[in-house]
Design a protein around this ligand. Structure first.
Ligand SMILES: Nc1ncnc2c1ncn2[C@@H]1O[C@H](COP(=O)(O)OP(=O)(O)OP(=O)(O)O)[C@@H](O)[C@H]1O
Length: 291
């Protein structure tokens, strides 16, 4: 029997709206890792998270979470997921404390002491009506409720959008604390490069509903570079690992520095300078390249 450490395994997932198709997507999140889901506006990040929460149903494909079919074990699986998205909007007329009572029924592992601690930590007024809370406060409430039942997996949809910088730092701290025992995972949809840099182990880039690249963040330094060269032969221009090139001055951006280096040597091209790319630059290339 093979054992797998994937907390999320998605195969051939597809969802079609009138003007948008997500997928087919194959995707995994390993236990003990934080995966950043990055992409331009409308690339499908929230749709993907909603499919994982079964808020919307897929047209095709298989989702396994904790090695179980989501379709067959939805309730059991969702009790171990903390989702910070737009789940609470239908209950907007309730106070935060009323929401807490309601949500505590959904989760056998609800921890009221943790709830009290977290609303204090994020300075949330328990008597505030959810619908009347500011955008940033709603994000903080979503985040707090995602953590109160000791989940194994966090699905966070732009959790810091509109949140003040002190609370953003606290959220990052709480995500790191959440990961401490190594048996949990986080899938984080974000536009914030600092979050990718500080939190994520892996990054998956979505564009127009498709995964265009998945990479280990630590590999960026090793593989991605801009190289200034004496000239650019046609054989180089055609390579898939040449992400971009310019002739004035002659420079090449690559996602496989070793392969490009070997080909340039074979073609007797002189490399005058090499600059490694940052995660931010790589994400800009991947997102801009598709637009
Ligand atoms: N209920 C719906 N009916 C029709 N189209 C929808 C629906 N929900 C989302 N879409 C479309 O699906 C596409 C992806 O939207 P989604 O919200 O998943 O993108 P996103 O990557 O999360 O964007 P952003 O970064 O702006 O939050 C968009 O074109 C959107 O208009």
């Amino acid at each position: 029997m093979t054992t797998t450490t994937s907390l999320i395994k998605v195969k051939n997932l597809r969802k079609q709206y009138k003007k948008f198709i997500l997928g087919p997507i194959d995707f995994e999140v390993e236990m003990g890792t934080i995966v950043g889901l990055v992409g331009g506006n409308g690339s499908g990040k929230s749709t993907f998270l909603r499919l994982l929460m079964q808020i919307i149903k897929a047209d095709e494909g298989q989702i396994d979470i904790f090695n179980q079919s989501l379709q067959e074990n939805e309730v059991e699986i969702k009790q171990k997921i903390g989702y910070a998205g737009e789940l609470l909007e239908p209950f907007g007329h309730l106070h935060v404390s009323e929401l807490a009572s309601l949500i505590s029924y959904w989760y056998p592992r609800w921890d009221n002491e943790r709830y009290k601690h977290l609303i204090q930590r994020y300075q949330i007024d328990p008597e505030e009506t959810f619908a009347k809370a500011s955008k940033g406060t709603k994000k903080k409430i979503d985040f707090v409720f995602a953590l109160c039942h000791h989940p194994t997996l966090l699905l966070l949809d732009e959790p810091t959008s509109g949140v003040d910088i002190i609370s953003q730092r606290k959220m990052r701290e709480d995500i790191m604390t959440f990961m401490e025992n190594g048996e949990k995972s986080v899938l984080l949809a974000t536009h914030v490069v600092e979050e990718v840099n500080k939190l994520c182990d892996y990054v998956t880039v979505l564009d127009a509903g498709k995964v265009v690249e998945s990479f280990n963040k630590d590999d960026v330094y090793e593989h991605w570079a801009r190289m200034w060269v004496s000239y650019i032969p046609d054989s180089v221009k055609q390579q898939a690992y040449v992400v971009q090139y310019d002739v004035e001055p002659c420079q090449i951006v690559t996602n496989n520095m070793n392969a490009l280096g070997a080909l340039l040597e074979q073609e007797q091209v002189t490399i005058t300078h090499t600059q490694r790319l940052t995660v931010e630059e790589v994400l800009e290339f991947l997102i801009e390249d598709q637009q």
